[in-house]
Design a protein around this ligand. Structure first.
Ligand code: NAP
Length: 259
């Protein structure tokens, strides 16, 4: 019996098989879920190819979280693939973007507002946009899970993405407040550094990466997305029925160490 037997989960933000979203989709399928995945723009073709590496077929939806038409048509897209009565038991927000030329990699002071606004819209505000878009078909008890990188401190190179993550963490708490009445849980997983496309695009992210392994009491493998994916799936499951507005760290214990 799987942890997610009988559940239908949308994983938004899958590009490569290194994507945290891909590992989450794989683990969710292994745990019995029916999974849909999404991406946008030119990378959609890559996502369709990568979907073939999942254990079971997964419909690929087109979703740019900044495009009102995509958000408005999202329920329809789910229903095109799964039928007119389709509902969702879980949604994973595995999405972030910041222009590496202007808002990441040591360019905090003087960063232009347009690019900061884009980072905040794609990486934080979109948790609300996505939740709002799928709310009509979320089942009572459904889980929404997003991915953060500990926003309680300032990191080298992370810059405005760190500010966006602080916004995401706050957004998750407000969503937990407003959707709790419908029995919908909203939680985040705070992952340690993982070698994905998004991480590689951050100039200087290696600085963070390097110290992690030594300081984390459990050690840290930055090529293994599975511990993070498992935590996301656990939060989507019925084993966290009274947990919302929470941030679970999957970082080898790094966050709890002083030095
Ligand atoms: P990833 O594979 O690059 O995934 C990020 C996804 O966001 C990509 O599929 C990307 O699509 C998508 N995306 C960007 N802009 C979008 C938009 N406007 N609409 C819809 N999708 C959009 O990298 P990842 O590391 O797995 O990132 C997943 C999440 O984990 C992010 O929230 C990230 O901040 C978080 N996280 C990552 C780490 C880490 O070290 N890697 C640590 C903690 C938290 P394109 O590729 O087509 O742009």
């Amino acid at each position: 019996m799987g942890l997610l037997d009988g559940k239908t989960i949308l994983v938004a933000g899958v590009t490569m098989d290194t994507s945290i979203g891909f590992a989450t989709a794989r683990v969710a399928q292994e745990q019995g879920a029916t999974v849909l995945i999404s991406n946008f723009g030119r990378a959609l073709g890559i996502t369709r190819r990568i979907a073939g590496r999942l254990p079971a077929p997964a419909p690929v939806l087109e979703l740019d979280v900044t495009d009102p038409a995509h958000l408005a048509g999202l329920v329809e897209q789910v229903r095109e693939h799964l039928g007119a009565d389709a509902t969702l038991d879980g949604v994973v927000h595995s999405i972030a973007f910041g222009n590496p030329e202007t808002v990441l990699g040591g360019k905090f002071v003087g960063a232009p507002w347009e690019d900061v606004a884009q980072a905040v819209q794609v990486s934080a505000y979109s948790l609300m946009s996505l939740a709002h878009a799928v709310r009509p078909i979320l089942t009572p008890g459904a889980g929404i899970v997003g991915l953060t990188f500990d926003a309680t401190v300032a990191w080298p190179a992370y810059d405005w993405m760190g500010v966006a993550k602080a916004g995401l963490e706050s957004c998750a708490r407000y969503l937990a407040r407003d959707l709790g009445g419908d029995g919908i849980r909203v939680n985040l997983v705070s992952a340690g550094p993982l070698k994905t496309l998004a991480a590689k695009a951050i100039p200087g992210f290696d600085e963070i990466d390097g110290v992690w392994k030594d300081r984390a009491p459990l050690g840290w493998d930055n090529t293994d997305q599975e511990p993070t994916a498992k935590a996301v799936c656990a939060l989507l499951s019925d084993f966290f029925p009274a947990t919302t507005g929470e941030i679970i760290h999957v970082d080898g214990g790094y966050h709890a160490m002083g030095a």
